[in-house]
Structure formats: C-alpha cells, structure tokens
Ligand binder design. Structure first.
Ligand code: ZN
Length: 501
C-alpha cells in the first residue's frame, strides 16, 4: 500500500512538473516519464531476478529480430501464420513456459479434430450422414439409426470407408467439417456472418461424436492431456452439459455429465500430480427465451450447490451480435439474488465491434450483474466507465487473440484494443476460446500473439510472468487452492528460468 501510494505521488508530481517548452526537452525527465509509463503495463511492476533479467534480455533480442523480419506474423491471418509461428524461437520458449490456467475454453472444441477423425470415427458402430447444407452428422448406434429431419440417410462409416479409394482425402474432408481451419481464410470467410455460420455448423457436426458417453469420457481426458502437454495446470471449461447417449439409446442427464467430469478430472490428477484440476462454467445459448434461461439458472444453482468443487458458475454463449443481450435476460439473471443465493457469473461480453448498439452494452451489464471475469471484452477499451469499474473490482478480461482475429473482429493483431488494456495493466488472462476450431492446442499460440503482436516490444518477461500468475489469481478456485496453485506454478516457473537463463 505504501509503495502504491509512493508510486501515485511520484506519477502525479512528475506530471505536474512536466514543462512544455519549445526548447530541448529535459532528457532526465523524459527518461523518467518513459519508465513511469512502462511501469503501468501488465507486468510493469514485476521485479525480475538476475536469472530472469538474463532471459528477458534474450527474449528482447529475439523479439526485435521478429519485428524487423519481412513478415510480421501477428499481422497475418493465423491460419497462414501458424506454420511460421511454429518456427519462431519465441514460440519455442513459450511452449516450455508454465502458463498456469486456461480459463476460457469451450468443451466442444477442447480436443484437436485430427484425433476425433483418425481415432473416434474409426470405432465400430459410428454412423455418418451428409446433410443438405453441406455438413455432416455422426451417431453411434448398435442398429441402423432412424432418419431425422436433418439426416435422412445414415451410413455405417466402416462400410463407407471400405468403398472409398483415398481414405486420407476422405478423412481430411471430414476434418474440414469440424474446424474453421483452412489454407485460404480470406477467400473462405469474407465477413463475420460467413465465418460464424461455418463456426456454428462445425459445432453441430462435432456434437454427435462427443455426446456419445464413452467418447466424452476419453475426449475430456485427452483434452486435459493436451493442456498439460502445453504446460498448463488447471482448466475452467465452459460447457452446456449436453445430454449424452449410449450405444443402446440410453440418455444420461446433466448430473451424469458433471459426475463423469469429476471422475475424469480425479483420475487425470492422480495420473498427473502436477495438474491441479478442472472446473465447469455452465453455459447456456443466448438464442433461448427468458423462461428457458430462468430454468437453466435454477438448474445451475442446484448443480453448483450439489457439486461445489466442480461447478464454478454460469455464462451465456453464442454470437453476441446476432443473439439476445444480457439485459434481455435480466429477470433470469437476477434470480439468484432474489432467491438469496450466489451463482458466480463469467459472462462473454463485448465480443463485438458494433459500437453503441444494444449488444455493445453487454459489457456494462456483465459488470452490473457482478460478473467474476469478462469473456473477451473486446469492446471494453471503448467504455471508460465499464473499464474503470472492472479495474476497481478486479474483474479480469479473458483475452483470446486468435479467436478475435479468426472471427474477424480484427485482422492485424497490433490493432487489437487489448493493447490499450495491456499498456494500462488492466486485469487480464490469456486464453484460446475454441482451440480445435482455430487449429491451435493449449495456450501457446495465443500467448505468442498477445506477447509479440499485442504487447509489442515493450511486453517483457514480467508481462508473461504476470499473465501466467493472473490465470491462477483470477480463477474461481477457493483461496487455499489458489495458494497451492500459485506455489505449484512458481516451482515450475523457477525450473523454467533455470533451464533457459
Ligand atoms: Zn468463448
């Protein structure tokens, strides 16, 4: 507190004493102002150890090289930049860096699509159907599935594959249905509407595979493995808790899914003691009506009460620009307060560039509904009051740079509004939103974009350290587990520094 007070006093007095003159500015004062400004950025007050300073100097040199290269990778569409990013020395360092927690990932996009196609669709009893709108559906069944409105003709994949001449080509075409990834993103996705249409289609296509109960269990274990491989130790997963099905048609309810999630997490942490755990943020689509959302809020309250270690809270998902606003659902969202219970909110808000619209107000409403974090907050920089409020209440923004670029809010990541937030040290964490849709895994690609593209040359090792530690600090974990998590992370961080300095 004393230090903070000193800093404020120094800054104020420094600004008071700035002389605007036609003469040569005072170099000492100039230097002081520059240092003051840097100290405000994310990680600007982190004191680096001598070993960290050494690594920081190395990173700085690497970044200078990347920034002066012919192509600046964060300025290029990620789908084209990806193979080049993978060759970057900064990227390789970030791969090994302990990143803490992934706080914004959706359950349907947790695991890479190659695994789904090359592994899951090769299992017995997997049926496929090609829909009229050029998509696919999958279904596991021990008998020929009945025709549905969207799927008239189901074929057993095993039989179909036996007739196909080029299985690799066929598998690649299946993968194309499950991801946005393409070699020609500009041609395939000329605007936000087109990319969102494909995005939503891919979600529906994936559903039949991962709502098969035995697959979901393995899928989730595999997802945790991918995160651990990227040096991540904890996950908060947004999930609609879709009903799952067995081969014989038995349907499981949401409680089954929560219990399964709990069991798999327990098994995974037993197998990998350096992984802290995982929790769920129950997510409901914003296309629903008020009464359905009311029912979902009530259900979430009950599930959180019954499974407090698993259920972290509640969110609304789906495209904000074409969906209903948080204000539209105000009656449903104020239910917990009316009932005298708490249900933490983790709202997606401000994932829009439609300034001044009703959707744009989601950012303020999320804060008025006492959200714990803000998903994306792309619009936050344009809302000075909301920004002040989130800073004052320590509500972190979950920054997902690649998602924002692929879904066409920004093309050159140097222009991402989070650059302003980072320069001011706004509470922030980095996440990946929908890794399988964007062809990423873990958080490393998003860390690269935030560190090199959004943060620019001034983002340093202190920035990375603060962003990683933030992910534990701003998680929904209870205080004692945050402490455990931070201690675990610090140990990994120290080892990382020793290895690279
Ligand atoms: Zn999201």
């Amino acid at each position: 507190m004393v230090l903070l007070l000193q800093a404020v006093v120094t800054t104020v007095s420094l600004l008071w004493s700035v002389r605007v003159t036609d003469a040569m500015p005072d170099p000492v004062q100039r230097e002081l102002l520059m240092r003051q400004e840097t100290s405000r950025q994310t990680g600007g007050r982190v004191t680096l150890t001598p070993a960290e300073q050494k690594l920081d100097a190395h990173l700085h040199r690497l970044k200078e090289q990347e920034m002066s290269a012919a192509q600046f990778l964060p300025a290029i569409h990620f789908f084209k930049a990806k193979p080049l990013i993978e060759k970057s020395s900064i990227f390789k360092l970030l791969q090994e860096m302990p990143k803490g927690a992934a706080l914004h990932i959706h359950s349907s996009t947790l695991v890479n699509v190659e695994w789904l196609v090359k592994n899951i669709t090769y299992r017995p009893n997997c049926y496929i159907c090609f829909t009229w709108d050029n998509s696919v559906r999958f279904f596991f069944s021990d008998r020929q599935p009945f025709p549905r409105w969207d799927c008239f003709y189901w074929q057993l994949l095993q039989t179909l594959r036996a007739k196909i001449r080029d299985p690799t080509l066929f598998d690649n075409s299946l993968m194309q249905h499950l991801t946005l990834f393409t070699e020609d993103p500009e041609g395939a996705y000329p605007n936000q509407d087109v990319v969102w249409q494909k995005f939503e289609k891919a979600f529906i296509a994936t559903a039949g595979l991962i709502t098969h109960a035995p697959v979901l269990r393995e899928y989730f274990y595999k997802g945790l493995g991918e995160l651990l491989h990227d040096n991540i130790m904890y996950l908060e997963l947004r999930s609609g808790l879709s009903r799952t099905y067995e081969l014989d048609g038995t349907i499981h309810d949401k409680v089954w899914t929560v219990k399964m999630f709990q069991e798999v997490t327990k098994k995974f942490t037993e197998d990998h003691p350096d992984f802290l755990g995982a929790r769920i943020i129950i997510s409901v689509h914003r296309a629903l009506g008020v009464s359905d959302v009311k029912a979902a809020v009530k259900e979430a309250i009950q599930l959180q009460k019954d499974f407090p270690d698993v259920v972290a809270g509640f969110d609304m998902v789906g495209r904000e620009d074409s969906g209903r606003t948080l204000w539209f659902f105000r009656e449903a969202l104020s239910l917990p307060a009316e009932l005298g219970v708490t249900l933490p909110y983790f709202f997606h808000a401000g994932e829009t560039d439609d300034e001044g619209t009703a959707v744009d107000q989601n950012i303020l409403d999320a804060l008025l509904f006492n959200t714990t974090r803000i998903g994306h907050g792309y619009a936050l920089a344009h809302h000075p009051l909301a920004k002040e409020l989130s800073r004052k209440r320590n509500v972190a923004v979950e920054l997902c740079p690649i998602s924002n670029q692929v879904l066409k809010l920004v093309s050159d990541l140097r222009n991402h509004p989070a650059a302003v937030l980072m320069s001011e040290g706004h509470p922030m964490v980095i996440s990946s939103d929908d890794p399988s849709m964007f062809g990423t895994t873990g958080l490393v690609y998003d860390f690269y974009q935030a560190f090199v593209g959004i943060g620019g040359l001034k983002a340093n090792l202190g920035t990375l350290k603060e962003l990683a530690a933030n992910s534990i600090r701003f998680s929904s974990l209870p205080a004692h587990l945050k402490e455990t998590g931070l201690a675990m992370w610090q140990k990994k961080w120290d080892a990382f520094i020793v290895d690279h300095s």
